[in-house]
Design a protein around this ligand. Structure first.
Ligand SMILES: Nc1ncnc2c1ncn2[C@@H]1O[C@H](COP(=O)(O)OP(=O)(O)OP(=O)(O)O)[C@@H](O)[C@H]1O
Length: 756
């Protein structure tokens, strides 16, 4: 039940049971009345099968937004498909009532829908293919206008052309209107009969009679309209109506509309004639007109006037109908236009919605990308910040490095200048030394006394005038004062393009001129890397001119904390060695020279912290009892000095080289401990015995190597033995120990340059 049949379902065998076709139209005569009549009148036996036949012309035109219609070739396939689907849906809905009716009466049925330009021909084909034995058609009420138009209906066409096995039964107004198997035509209400008496309705078998039964009634139902009219009609009554189509409405439709609109007026005009029952208006109109005319004609002379009057009435009515029709067309047109616009808006809305959805998706993607970009951007920003920080740090470091470089450069320049000066100084010293060595040779050969006045020795040292000395020291200005000692004040000065230290001796202590000159000459003969060189003298005023020692005395270095940088332990070791070497040099003369005044303040340091002994032979120049007032006043200082003096000298009053060794011992212990010379020996003995040397070592010198420190301390103690014979010799004992200590101190002893 309920399946849609196609051409493939063709049945080629003649049916045993009856196959009843029901033509399903649209509009006023749908065919439902025919089916109802057949059911009510027992026309459909239990074994019969019903075929609901419906044919429509195929779609060729599709409404466009301007209210016209366009050929489907000019429209997208998608739109055509959609339109066809809509159309099929609507078409299928037409079968609903038929299906319900069949189901209510347990009748099996099939829906047979096809499209064809010729509805007549297609129905005929379906009849043949499906072997339809009975074809039910519903005919709309006959209209007066229908007769005027004179077009052949489907019912009349099928009645004439149906195959011989098919009986065409036409129902009208719920009554049998005609069949094609009766010998006589039956039309109008009088022909209605129940199915049971249907056989008694005889129809002429020849075609002329059959035709006569149906031709007189024009059918305007949709399936009865020929193809060209069918399309127009469809446009008029379905969703595809347009302004264009409406304006080209054919006369037949106008007549139909006119017929519908005329009905009330006509009823009013013929109140007494038109029955109030449900006859179709057009049929009644026709009958009334017929009757009127025959009545008029039977009344004689009034007939033409009445006929004239009737015609005028009809014309008036027709004009009204036309007017109504125009208004209705206009309204319909507007409605259709509005409907189509709504349709367009709907479409537009759908498209916009789709676009909006796409845009929304795009936005989501873009949002996602944006988030990713932002996170990448943030990461890059962080990296950039880190790089920037690193770069800033590098720039800072580079700036510091540049500054350091500049400082180093200026230092280098200073050092270079110093070096140049130093080289000059060295060259000058070398020259002086050569001369000195010559003089020394002369001295050592015992010619000193005789040759002291010789030209060669005289030329070795600078014999300066007092004016020169004044000028060199800026008239002994306070700012140039380096210090004072036992024998007088010491000033810094520049003499003969050389920086010098000028010692101004106390006048009262100076020997007579000749003796002083002799001693000076002997002193200038002494040249050693670790002896401060006596460059010259001002004999008149008793001024001694020494090479200038940039870093002052050992005493200043050791005790002026905060003013000068403390000497490191390895420098102290080296100084011990250097002083020992200087003493050995003095003691190595054929007539050994005893320094007699070795102490911290008489060991001076040059710009490279090389130590040199000063005041050598000063004791010979200045008598021991003649000291400067200032120095003599310093009792404490004197007491300190006494600590350096060999106890054996105090006992014997004879200076020996051992006295210098004793002083060297004191100096060594002072360098280790930075303590006063008084009582230093006892202290050292104690700490060495208790192995607590580290407790007395000067911490400002750094971390002492204890083994070496202990060796030096032991050596110092031995040097301080009260018995000279128990003291170590410089060459055999002191120097080897100090050299091994120096060696052990390693490369630091060689390279260390303390910074001020
Ligand atoms: N050649 C020199 N170069 C630089 N400074 C020197 C030089 N000679 C002496 N001085 C400085 O002058 C100061 C005084 O030295 P001076 O030799 O006159 O006395 P002293 O050695 O301290 O004691 P004394 O006279 O008892 O030996 C020293 O401490 C030293 O700082």
């Amino acid at each position: 039940m309920g399946e849609v049949r196609s051409e493939a379902d063709e049945d080629t065998i003649l049916p045993e049971a009856r196959r009843i076709g029901v033509c399903v139209g649209k509009g006023r005569s749908k065919g439902l009345g025919a089916l109802k009549w057949a059911i009510e009148n027992g026309f459909i036996p239990a074994e019969a099968h019903v075929y609901l036949l419906h044919v429509r012309p195929p779609v060729r035109l599709i409404p466009n937004p301007l209210g016209g219609k366009v050929p489907i070739e000019h429209v997208s396939s998608e739109t055509v498909k959609k339109y066809k689907e809509d159309r099929l849906m609507k078409t299928m809905k037409r079968f609903d009532e038929y299906a319900q009716l069949c189901m209510r009466h347990t009748i099996t049925y099939d829906v047979c829908y096809s499209e064809n330009d010729s509805v007549h021909q297609e129905l005929l084909n379906q009849i043949s293919k499906l072997m339809i034995t009975d074809l039910l058609l519903e005919k709309p009420s006959q209209s007066f206008i229908s007769r005027v138009v004179g077009s052949e209906s489907i019912s009349s066409y099928l009645s004439k052309n149906a195959p011989s096995f098919c009986k065409v039964v036409i129902i009208r107004n719920n009554r049998l209107y005609s069949t094609n198997d009766s010998g006589s035509s039956s039309s109008g209400p009088s022909m209605s009969s129940p199915a049971g008496s249907m056989k008694s309705v005889s129809m002429a078998s020849d075609s002329s009679t059959r035709n006569a039964n149906i031709v007189e009634v024009l059918d305007v139902s949709e399936f009865a309209i020929p193809h060209d009219i069918e399309i127009t009609s469809q446009r008029s009554f379905t969703e595809s109506s347009t302004l264009e189509v409406l304006s080209s409405r054919n006369s037949l439709q106008e007549i139909e509309y006119a017929q519908a609109d005329l009905k009330p007026d006509f009823q009013r005009a013929h109140q007494g004639v038109v029955p109030s029952s449900g006859f179709e208006f057009s049929l009644l109109q026709h009958q009334v007109t017929e009757r009127n005319l025959s009545h008029c004609w039977s009344q004689g002379g009034e007939a033409p006037e009445k006929f004239q009057m009737a015609e005028e009435m009809v014309e008036t009515a027709m004009r009204k109908v036309a007017e109504y029709q125009r208004q209705r067309d206009a309204a319909l047109c507007e409605a259709k236009t509005a409907s189509y616009r709504a349709f367009c808006y709907q479409k537009e809305l759908e498209e916009l919605t789709a676009v909006a959805q796409l845009a929304f998706k795009d936005r989501e993607i873009l949002d996602k990308k944006l988030h990713e970009e932002i996170s990448v951007h943030n990461a890059t920003k962080k990296e950039l910040e880190t790089t920037r920080r690193t770069l800033r740090a590098f720039v800072r470091k580079a700036e510091i490095a540049v500054k350091e470089c500049q400082i180093e450069k200026s230092r280098c320049e200073e050092v270079s200048l110093d070096l140049k000066e130093h080289i000059k100084e060295l060259e000058r010293k070398l020259q002086l030394r050569k001369v000195g060595e010559l003089a020394e040779e002369m001295c050592s050969e015992g010619l000193a006394s005789e040759a002291s006045g010789s030209r060669e020795v005289q030329n070795v040292w600078w014999e300066c005038s007092f004016e020169e000395i004044q000028k060199a020291t800026e008239n002994f200005s306070e700012k140039n004062k380096l210090g004072y000692g036992t024998y007088g004040q010491v000033y810094k000065g520049t003499l003969r393009q050389t920086t010098v230290a000028v010692k101004v001796l106390a006048q009262e202590g100076i020997l007579d001129h000749a003796e002083f000159q002799k001693k000076i000459k002997l002193m200038t003969c002494l040249h050693h890397p670790h002896l401060v060189m006596l460059l010259g003298a001002c004999l008149d005023k008793g001024c001694l001119i020494y090479e200038y020692m940039n870093n002052g005395s050992l005493e200043q270095r050791l005790y002026n904390e905060g003013v000068t940088t403390p000497l490191p332990w390895f420098t102290r070791f080296r100084i011990c060695l250097e002083v020992a070497r200087a003493l050995l040099f003095l003691h190595s003369y054929p007539q050994p020279i005893v320094h007699k005044n070795l102490k911290l303040s008489n060991v001076l340091l040059d710009h490279q912290f090389v130590s040199k002994l000063t005041d050598t032979r000063m004791v010979e120049v200045m008598p021991s009892n003649s000291t400067s007032g200032a120095a003599a006043a310093e009792e404490t200082q004197l007491t300190g000095k006494m600590a350096y003096v060999d106890p054996d000298y105090q006992r014997t009053a004879v200076w020996t080289c051992d006295a210098d060794v004793y002083s060297l011992g004191v100096l060594m212990l002072q360098l280790l401990t930075k303590r006063s010379p008084l009582g230093i020996a006892a202290l050292m003995e104690k700490v060495l015995d208790s192995e607590q040397l580290d407790k007395v070592l000067d911490k400002s010198a750094g971390k002492w190597p204890l083994r070496e420190a202990r060796a030096v301390a032991s050596l110092g103690l031995r040097c301080m033995n009260s018995r000279p014979e128990d003291r170590p010799t410089l060459s055999n004992d002191v120097l080897p120990v100090l050299e091994s200590v120096q060696k052990a101190s390693g490369i630091l002893l060689q390279t260390f340059i303390p910074h001020e």
